[in-house]
Design a protein around this ligand. Structure first.
Ligand code: TPP
Ligand code: MG
Length: 586
């Protein structure tokens, strides 16, 4: 039974939208007004709970909303946009939220339903367009349907695999009043269900018998990081994370191995999992990135825990498949391990020694690289030292993403976010802004490739307007490097991956941000200190980092070789032959 309160008064549809949003965990809306939503904007301007934020582009609105959902752990990122043009711009961010399992509430105005005319401005089948990108869409046709539609959309967004939802509010409903008898009261979704006890026992049986168990954790485990750590400690098992789930296990923990465990992982992870005979995977779909393009060896004894039953055992067969929310499953697994008194201190010690040795060697390998540009390892070391533990790092998509994953230790859950499975460039600048607006006391840094910065860098003006002090470290290498590096070997030429020359100082000037260049290793410590000081005063800073991309990440090396290995023999020869010929002929 839905609860409601009697009002028996006239209300506009826009008032109902605002009243619904005010009952939900919504703090900000992002978007751009147009004739189809100005009435909602006018209502929001009077809200004491919700701040409407103007962005420069609706993709930025969606990325900012995504940044809030990922980092707040409860607040839902929300958009208020116009139909058609606003919606298609926003689709990049909606798609990212959809493939990464991030809740998002997308509200757009809709064309009028009370006039007989077709070919209205922005008239398009919005629901058809969004079908493959959202968990559901609603199109209320009466005033009474508005609030229930928004509540149901919200519950859908946060239940099961989280994701974006869409509600179209016809502009005539927004503008005009109707008598409303009952106002529905929001009721939160039910808590996740407990998993079947027999499956938990089967999982523990496998883990107890294993000689070399390992843990693989994704974003789905981000809210149970402590319990995951206790499980790893009891089992004496190394832990690898996905890219999206990098913050689901502290890199400061002695059993933390790295991102993934294939040949595209850092040596500490590759070695720690070399003899893995039982894998406990929590909150991951074994998607392409963390598996190094499916190049990891997964043991027969796979225990796969995920909130989405459709993903269990799909890429790698699971011996025990547990469909359930990690928040319900992981504490119960830990309790059973404790009940059975399972502890393997010797195994733990062995792994810890090797992991620590491998991590040190990898770090030294990076530090040994000399150039007149900024060494990525030195940069991330200095940044880690100067940031608070609780600082948030937002990354974009590119070579810089994998450098961060390999060289920047993340220690607090939800303090590293990345556009992962939709893998959309342009994410970091707006996502960092969304996160910072929702949590003004949070120290926020973004690591952005120069190519990605060109896509959404002007959104910094929104940070300036709201005095959000964010450090935007632009890794300036002049190329779309993640792709140009991949072109180098097989093609020996970089078609369409060399960027035009950009003066980042101009972007800083245009958006009201401060500007600091870091040109070489000598400039790292002092440069970062000044950047963080300025950002602490509420001023955003564009940092021109003259980065050295001369050394490839383990990720890139590993993925290139895995993908090539999978080629049919004839094509493999063709590719290698072409590369050799081009090396000689240029
Ligand atoms: C919207 C979008 N377009 C294209 C790509 C393909 N892509 C993936 S990484 C990358 C290079 C990114 O270049 P940059 O932002 O300069 O980062 P870098 O790799 O140089 O660190 C490209 C083009 C993408 N992921 N997203
Ligand atoms: Mg680049």
């Amino acid at each position: 039974m839905t609860r409601s309160v009697r009002i028996g008064a006239k209300r506009s549809g826009a008032w109902l939208v605002r009243h619904a949003l005010e009952q939900l965990p919504v703090t900000h809306t992002f978007g751009i007004p147009g004739v189809h939503n100005t009435e909602i904007y006018d209502e929001l301007s009077r809200s004491e709970k919700i701040q409407p934020v103007l962005v420069t582009h609706e993709a930025g609105a969606a990325f900012a909303a995504d940044g809030i959902s990922r980092t707040s752990g409860g607040t839902i990122g929300t958009l208020v946009i116009v139909p058609a043009a606003g919606l298609t711009h926003a689709m990049s961010g909606i798609g990212e939220a959809f493939l990464d399992g991030i809740p998002m509430l997308v509200i757009s105005g809709g064309t009028r339903t009370d006039i007989p005319f077709r070919y209205q401005l922005h008239e398009l089948d919005l629901h058809g367009i969004l079908k493959g990108l959202t968990k559901g869409s609603w199109h209320p046709k009466t005033h009474a349907e508005i609030m229930p539609a928004i509540f149901e959309a919200y519950r859908t967004a946060v239940t099961g695999v989280p994701g974006p939802v869409f509600v179209e509010i016809p502009v005539n409903l927004q503008l005009f009043q109707e008598t409303i008898d009952e106002l529905p009261v929001f009721e939160p979704p039910a808590p996740p269900e407990a998993p079947e006890a027999s499956l938990l026992d089967a999982a523990i049986d496998l883990l107890e018998k294993a000689r070399s168990p390992g843990l693989f954790v994704g974003w789905g485990a981000v809210d149970v990081a402590d319990d995951v750590a206790r499980i790893a400690e009891r089992l004496g098992a190394p832990v690898a994370t996905t890219l999206q789930g990098l913050s689901a296990f502290s890199a400061a923990h002695s059993l933390h191995a790295g991102m993934g465990f294939s040949r595209a992982a850092v040596p500490a992870a590759e070695n720690a999992f070399a003899n893995c005979d039982c894998l406990l995977a929590i909150g991951t779909r074994f998607a392409e990135i963390p598996t190094g393009s499916f190049g990891c060896r997964v043991p027969e004894n796979l225990i796969h825990v995920d909130i989405d039953p459709r993903v269990l055992g799909v890429n790698f067969p699971a011996k025990v498949a547990i469909a359930g929310d990690a928040r319900a499953v992981v504490p119960r697994l830990l309790a059973r391990l404790a009940e059975r008194g399972i502890e393997r201190p010797e195994r733990r010690q062995k792994h810890e020694t090797r992991i620590s040795f491998d991590k040190k060697a990898y770090r030294e390998e990076w530090l040994a690289r000399k150039s007149d540009r900024v060494n990525p390892a030195r940069f991330f070391e200095s940044l880690r030292r100067q940031l608070g533990d609780d600082a948030l790092m937002v990354v974009d998509d590119g070579n810089h993403t994998f450098l961060a994953a390999e060289l920047f230790p993340v220690t607090v859950p939800r303090r590293f976010v990345s556009p992962t499975d939709f893998n959309c460039m342009g994410y970091a600048v707006p996502a960092a802004i969304g996160a910072k607006l929702a949590k003004p006391d949070l120290q926020v840094v973004a690591i952005v490739g120069d190519g990605a910065f060109l896509m959404t860098g002007l959104e910094i003006v929104t940070a300036t307007t709201h005095q959000a002090g964010i450090a935007f470290f632009v890794f300036h290498d002049g190329e779309l490097s993640q792709i140009s590096q991949g072109q180098e070997i097989p093609y020996n030429r970089k078609t369409c991956t060399v960027l035009g020359e950009i003066r980042l100082e101009g972007v800083a000037l245009a958006t009201g941000a401060a500007f600091i260049p870091i040109g070489d290793d000598a400039g790292i410590d002092g440069g970062i200190r000044e950047v963080l000081r300025l950002a602490g005063t509420g001023r955003s800073v564009v940092v021109d980092v003259r980065i050295d991309y001369g050394k490839r990440t383990r990720f890139t090396e590993g993925v290139v070789s895995t993908v090539l290995k999978r080629f049919p023999l004839g094509d493999k020869f063709r590719f290698v032959g072409r590369a050799l010929v081009r090396k000689v002929t240029g």
